[in-house]
Every structure is written in structure tokens, then in C-alpha cells.
Design a binder for this molecule. Structure first.
Ligand SMILES: C[S@@+](CC[C@H](N)C(=O)[O-])C[C@H]1O[C@@H](n2cnc3c(N)ncnc32)[C@H](O)[C@@H]1O
Length: 221
């Protein structure tokens, strides 16, 4: 299968998952996509900075981040045109279209110059999307490549649930699998190796007894 076929197959899968879900997404996900607001608080965007979200979904995070960092400019990429339709309507509804730009693309291989007319960003963040991206390690590498020197990559996602009851872990994983979500058990090792490869520092935290992980990789200046 070629890269183009893989991309359009996954785009169609995500459109299928979210065609109806997108209408109730923000309402339902607030109860279980934990740690997203903490990640936004930690972005610490520099004045007039630029921020890219990979897998931006309904635009929920970007909209909250525009309130927290009113001088920054935001960019959102998602593979699902269904999700982008919801994001675009929400951003226009909030009158934020002058500071947010959206584009359709694959987080594992995107050309920021072509999509957003800029090569790099002060911050990149990925919220509960690595667990849905086949070849997610490439999205981590692509994010680091898209950062300015001194910039940081912020990740929040499902953790290994290692300090939660076993039954909870099995039920959660079976339920997530129905939505094509797989917690990335090798996340810590992959981020450690990416931090070594790029000379970045890594801060890795587990939240809520391992339910979620929050990581920040900072590139050298
Ligand atoms: C669980 S949602 C998270 C949305 C948002 N980041 C949030 O925190 O609410 C995952 C998103 O990742 C997108 N996605 C999945 N695979 C992708 C890929 N390869 N490239 C870009 N986006 C992708 C999906 O379309 C979906 O919008």
C-alpha cells in the first residue's frame, strides 16, 4: 500500500468514527480526556508566539488556548474533514478566524510550509491523538522537526493505567478499541529516545494513577 493510500484509508476511517460523534464530542469527552486543560496551562506561549495542534479535532483545545494566550496565533491540523468542519464552525462562531488557521493533513507527514505558510512554531501540542495515529512515533518526530529552536512539544494522552484496578484497565481498553484508540504503552521509551536524538529535555508525568500521561519535550536553543 502506498503512503497516499494509507493516508486516505485512515482519513476515511476517522471520518467514519467522527461523522456523528463530532456533534456530541465536546460534551462527552470532557469526562474522560483528562489533563487537557493542565497541558494548555503549561504551554506558556511566548508573546506573539505560534502554536500548532496536531489532531485538533473539534478545535476545543485551540479555542481554550486562544483565551489563555490572546496574543498568540494558532494552527490546527487534522486528518478528518468531518472534524475540521466542526472546528471551523466553532472557530468562526467564536470570531477567532483571524487568529486560527486550520488544514487537513496527516500528523505523521505534513508540510507546514505548504499548509500554513510557515516552517516552524514556538509550541506544538498533541492531545489524545497519538493513541489514534498509526505510526504515531513519526508524528512525534515530525512535531519536533516543526519546532523552532527553544520551542516545546506538549503531549497529553492515555497512560498505561498501571496503578488502577486491573478490571478497570481491561474495560477501558476494550471500550477505547471500539473507537480505534490504543494507549501507547511505549510512549515513555519513544519520547526518551526522541529527546536523546534531538538533544531535547524531557519531562514525563503520569496523572490520575496512570490514567493519563503528560509530557513536555523542549528543544535546545
Ligand atoms: C480523540 S481526538 C482528539 C481531538 C483533540 N485533540 C482533543 O483533545 O479533543 C483524535 C483526533 O486525531 C485525529 N487524527 C487521527 N489520526 C490522525 C492523523 N494521522 N493525522 C492527523 N490527525 C489525526 C482524529 O481525526 C481526531 O480528530
Amino acid at each position: 500500500m502506498s503512503a497516499v493510500e494509507r493516508h486516505s484509508g485512515h482519513a476515511a476511517l476517522m471520518d467514519g468514527v467522527y461523522r456523528r460523534q463530532r456533534h456530541i464530542y465536546d460534551l462527552t469527552r470532557k469526562y474522560y480526556l483528562l489533563g487537557r486543560d493542565r497541558m494548555i496551562d503549561g504551554l506558556d506561549v511566548p508573546p506573539n508566539g505560534t502554536v500548532l495542534e496536531l489532531g485538533c479535532g473539534t478545535g476545543r483545545n485551540i479555542i481554550l488556548a486562544t483565551r489563555r494566550y490572546p496574543e498568540a496565533r494558532f494552527f490546527g491540523l487534522d486528518i478528518s474533514s468531518e472534524m475540521l468542519e466542526t472546528a471551523s464552525a466553532a472557530i468562526t462562531g467564536e470570531d477567532l478566524q483571524h487568529k486560527v488557521r486550520l488544514a487537513q493533513g496527516d500528523a505523521t507527514a505534513f508540510d507546514a510550509g505548504k499548509l500554513f505558510a510557515r516552517e516552524n512554531f514556538d509550541r506544538v501540542f498533541i492531545s489524545y491523538s497519538l493513541s489514534m495515529i498509526p505510526g504515531w512515533e513519526k508524528a512525534v518526530a515530525a512535531s519536533l522537526a516543526a519546532l523552532k529552536p527553544g520551542g516545546s512539544l506538549h503531549i497529553v494522552d492515555f497512560g498505561g493505567q498501571e496503578r488502577l484496578p486491573r478490571w478497570f484497565r481491561s474495560v477501558l481498553r476494550a471500550w477505547l478499541a471500539k473507537f480505534h484508540v490504543s494507549p501507547r504503552d511505549s510512549m515513555r521509551e519513544v519520547l526518551e529516545s526522541e529527546s536523546e536524538r534531538t538533544g531535547s529535555t524531557l519531562r514525563f508525568e503520569t496523572l490520575y494513577r496512570g490514567y493519563a500521561v503528560l509530557a513536555v519535550l523542549r528543544k535546545p536553543n
